[in-house]
Design a protein around this ligand. Structure first.
Ligand code: ADP
Ligand code: NI
Length: 215
């Protein structure tokens, strides 16, 4: 079995019972999107892109006491067990370190095309119909209200304040989701994002109308 297939099976099993938004279905979509976006980027290394997409959420800092190296470390451990070269392992670790959104006011630059592809794919899965579903699933998981017009959105300018955020879920659209289309790196992702963004804007407009008892 090749390393990509083995990694996909390993992650599918590991995330089988994950209900927090970092499920296998999310990882599978990020993998599919990253592969698709890579077709338009001939300089991208497909092995690094696919492995990083599959491993990008392997040990999310949010669930590991804020240890940002937990993910890169777990990815390395798996890839070493698969006899993957040191050069590829180091590149995959870099992609994992760079992938996460860290607050509206925090830049999240990428240092390679592979990192750009995986970050873009992960962000595309946070917007559109699936993105809306994931946001409310996450908010429900955390016991947050759908919306509270009395609580204003905040443009978090540090990862720490973004992490501590416990606002109602609709605020997340203003604090992250509606900005993602402007924070993508590849033209392919920008093209896909356009429709997804439009759909989210229409959704939020309807949400607010219905909130106030309109049609
Ligand atoms: P990333 O994919 O950049 O690492 P996260 O791991 O923070 O993003 O988020 C995973 C999913 O949960 C995404 O769909 C994201 O939009 C959603 N999410 C994260 N924080 C919140 C929040 N405060 N309210 C609602 N949804 C959230
Ligand atoms: Ni992800």
């Amino acid at each position: 079995m090749d390393t990509i297939t083995a990694t996909a099976q390993f992650i599918e099993q590991k995330f089988a019972d994950e209900g927090s938004g970092h499920d296998w279905a999310h990882i599978r979509r990020v993998w599919l999107l990253a592969k698709r976006l890579a077709q338009a980027e001939p300089t991208a290394n497909l092995e690094v892109t696919e492995l990083a997409a599959l491993l990008h959420d392997i040990a999310d800092w949010k669930f590991h006491g804020g240890d940002y190296e937990a993910g890169p470390r777990a990815a390395r451990e798996w890839l070493v067990s698969q006899q993957v070269s040191e050069a590829v392992i180091a590149q995959v670790q870099t992609v994992i370190r760079e992938v996460s959104f860290k607050g509206l006011g925090v830049e999240t630059p990428v240092s390679s095309i592979e990192s750009a592809l995986v970050q873009d794919a992960d962000r595309l899965d946070a917007i559109g119909a699936i993105g809306i579903a994931r946001a409310f699933a996450y908010g429900g998981h955390k016991g947050r209200p759908l919306h509270d017009p009395g609580i204003a959105p905040v443009a978090h300018d540090s990862f720490a304040s973004y992490q501590k955020n416990a606002a109602p879920t609709l605020n997340h659209f203003y604090e992250k989701l509606l900005h993602l289309k402007d924070r993508l790196h590849t033209d392919g992702a920008r093209q896909i994002a356009a429709q997804r963004h439009e759909f989210m804007e229409a959704y939020v407009a309807r949400f607010l109308a219905e909130w106030d008892g309109q049609d």
